[in-house]
Design a protein around this ligand. Structure first.
Ligand SMILES: [Zn+2]
Length: 136
């Protein structure tokens, strides 16, 4: 279990730009890195094209897994958006959490996007602190 996820500002912005561009549909993607540090943001198409659900396009998800492995990284997070809330994991998110990684959920109030991290395991949800770090 990870309690802190370290994110450079460029990765925070890359995710925010992605989720904002796709709203009001949910956007999703993977976070690759090592340990608790994100080193790449990989967008994946939401096969549902829905404002309230996401399911990663299987081919794009597979390609992302291949890229992560080829680059010697690990999948350490999954992000998706809740354009119309809530800012926490939904019952569906909890029920469908299939990987032991940080689940980053983007939500917005008015025009401001915010990201929160969660560790979901055995239907239990714990908050993961997202830390924006500069450089190395
Ligand atoms: Zn969700």
């Amino acid at each position: 279990m990870i309690k802190i996820l370290k994110l450079k500002p460029e990765y925070w912005r890359a995710m925010r730009q992605h989720v904002a561009a796709l709203a009001p549909l949910e956007a999703c993607g993977l976070l690759a890195g090592k340990g608790d540090s994100v080193e790449a943001v990989l967008r994946v198409r939401n096969a549902e094209q829905s404002p309230v659900r996401f399911r990663m396009d299987p081919q794009e998800q597979f390609n992302a897994f291949e890229w992560i492995e080829a680059n010697g990284l690990e999948m350490i997070g999954i992000y998706h958006s809740h354009p119309s809330g809530p800012e926490t994991a939904s019952a569906t998110d909890i029920a469908e959490a299939a990987y032991e990684v940080v689940h980053v959920i983007w939500s917005r109030s008015k025009r401001t996007w915010k990201a929160r991290g969660f560790w979901i395991e055995a239907e239990e949800v714990a908050e993961v602190n997202i830390q924006i770090v500069n450089g190395q």
